[in-house]
Design a binder for this molecule. Structure first.
Ligand code: NG1
Ligand code: ZN
Length: 545
């Protein structure tokens, strides 16, 4: 086959360093950028095969999200804009690790196993973030696609969720929207302006939002969005990439983990602020109070705000649709308690990684899913969307129902259902706050977070920790879970769990308790247990205080 010959020739320009082994992890491949050229070429090959197999357009995004500037990574996007199906992640790992001379054999194995018709045409959309390594790495992806005879469309600089959106638009023949940036901005901003019409007399202060762009792609794209928003929302953009370093002391991950303001943002008490991560698929909100204390509104608070808004609208519309909130073990215990006991919505807990949350959310009429770190969105089943559209078109209903149906309809349009999207989530949150006439402080008081702490422990092989019950209990190594259970008993309102990270070579420790001191102490003691029982390396974890 002519294409295979081309692959052999071209792959020589993107050689694999002998012996290097990488895994398709929680969110694709991610490591230091100088180890990734061959991975990118090979993911171009894999995306082309996936496109031939699914007879649809596939996406490849070059980004390392919230990781440091020196890193990079790649994520594949399946036809409906969702993450690559897990059954293909193994092929990704195989292709990534096969030595140069075996590449063709591995490729042909996949073609055979999947019975791929190589004469079928392939189409792949490619996007990249602002990292300095992204230009040459995305070129390597394009080279891989070309080598296998696939067609590519290079979207250049886009956020991760924008590329997911493009793939979905393309494969639904425009039903989801137009597969252009202009199409994306006009769909979202029109929905926002329809929703904002239902807000009463907002002052300029209420319309004002401060955005920390993490010195990344989100800053560029939110500026492009701005011109479509007219005066409905006024944005001040900080960390826009003109000076600072990507994700360095700024961005959603920094703000969430450090629980403090990003660098370079100027705010007064009560000002509403949000931070995006490096590829704009996560968002968290925050403000400072009159005493200068920092208050974070993370993915759990966002899920609560959105689900209570939707639940009220469903009531007003008289629609009987099943709504659920999907979280992970990192969700603050207070949020889970509030959702289950006060709001009385169904709550599901899944393993970490958005694909798990996405799948669980698909089981409901309306599934709101968020990781505590701010990655999340809302999924509407086809049936639910149909009922909402039908109601909105019904001329025989009262004004209250009509208004609720109209708001639900525009809420569907403002949401990027393919994946968590900082820009789309930001617009929805701003619309909800405006409609409810709610300040960020009022939103914050819905429930109070339990003090919590996240730590990392280095061990020689993090795979010695195996977990069950949506990662909330460790099955191995022997004795670790018993030790955690004993430590948790020492504190009030306490909870703790450990799991190996899927994106870093560390074990993550999470603890919450009645006070910050206790959460810190528990996290430290659990870290010591991990260090002692799971093969800790380097210095023993030190107490936080
Ligand atoms: P790992 O490294 O597996 O904990 C982290 C985040 C995930 C997810 C992925 C992908 C935490 C605790 N973990 O995964 O939620 O966002 O990165 O980016 O935030
Ligand atoms: Zn991200």
């Amino acid at each position: 086959m002519a294409h295979f010959k081309e692959v052999t020739q071209q792959s020589g320009l993107h050689p694999k360093p002998a012996g290097l082994v990488l895994q398709y992890g929680t969110a694709g491949f991610r490591t230091n950028a100088n180890q990734l050229d061959h991975i990118m070429f090979r993911m171009g090959l894999l995306a082309t095969l996936r496109s031939k197999k699914t007879k649809a357009t596939i996406g490849v995004m070059v980004t390392a999200s919230h990781n440091p500037e020196e890193d990079n990574g790649v994520k594949l996007i399946d036809p409906m804009g969702e993450m690559l199906t897990s059954s293909w992640e193994g092929y990704g790992t195989q292709l990534a690790n096969t030595e140069q001379e075996e590449l063709l054999t591995t490729l042909k194995d996949i073609v055979e196993k999947e019975a791929i018709d190589m004469s079928h045409e392939a189409n792949v959309f490619v996007g990249k973030d602002t990292r300095s390594s992204s230009a040459s790495l995305s070129q390597a992806v394009l080279d891989g696609i070309k080598a296998l005879g696939g067609h590519s469309k290079d979207y250049g600089l886009v956020t991760t969720p924008q590329l997911h959106y493009m793939v979905c638009c393309q494969n639904t023949q425009g039903k989801y929207g137009e597969a252009t940036l202009e199409g994306y901005y006009s769909k979202l901003s029109q929905a926002f302006s329809q929703l904002a019409k239902n807000a009463s007399n907002r002052t300029d202060d209420q319309k004002h939002l401060r955005v920390d762009g993490a010195n990344g792609i989100g800053a560029i794209k939110v500026r492009e969005l701005e011109s479509h928003l007219k005066k409905d929302l006024q944005l001040s953009i900080f960390n826009d990439g003109s000076r600072g370093k990507l994700n360095h002391q700024c961005g959603a991950d920094f703000v969430k983990v450090q629980q403090k303001l990003p660098i370079g943002i100027k705010i007064n008490p009560g000002d509403r602020c949000c931070s995006f991560d490096g590829d704009a698929d996560r968002i968290v909100y925050y403000y400072t109070d009159s005493k200068g204390h920092f208050h974070l509104l993370d993915g759990d608070k966002i899920a609560t705000l959105i689900s209570s808004f939707l639940k009220e609208l469903l009531n007003e519309a008289g629609l009987d649709l099943k709504i659920a909130v999907v979280q992970t073990a990192y969700a603050n215990g207070s949020s889970t308690y509030y959702l289950e006991n006060t709001m009385k919505v169904i709550v599901r807990c899944t393993k970490t990684g958005v694909k798990h949350l996405h799948h669980a959310a698909q089981e409901f009429d309306i599934g709101v899913y968020f990781e505590a770190n701010g990655h999340g969105t809302v999924l509407f089943s086809r049936g639910a969307e149909g009922k909402i559209q039908q109601l909105a078109a019904d001329t025989n209903i009262n004004d209250e129902r009509k208004k609720a149906a109209f708001l639900l309809q525009n809420t569907i349009n403002i949401i990027n259902q393919t994946v968590g999207d900082a820009i789309s989530d930001m617009l929805l949150i701003e619309a909800i706050l405006a409609i409810k006439g709610m300040t960020v402080q009022q939103w914050d008081t819905i429930y109070s977070d339990l003090p919590n702490r996240q730590l990392k422990v280095k061990v020689s092989d993090r795979r010695v920790i195996e977990t069950t019950d949506a990662e909330r209990r460790a099955v191995t190594p022997a004795g670790l879970q018993d030790a955690i259970d004993d430590l948790v008993k020492k504190y009030k309102q306490a909870r703790s769990f450990v799991r190996p990270s899927g994106t870093e070579d560390v074990v993550r420790v999470y603890a919450e308790a009645d006070t910050q001191e206790n959460a810190d102490a528990l996290a430290h003691e659990v870290s010591l247990a991990v260090y002692g029982l799971a093969g800790g390396v380097g210095d023993e974890p030190k107490p936080l205080h």
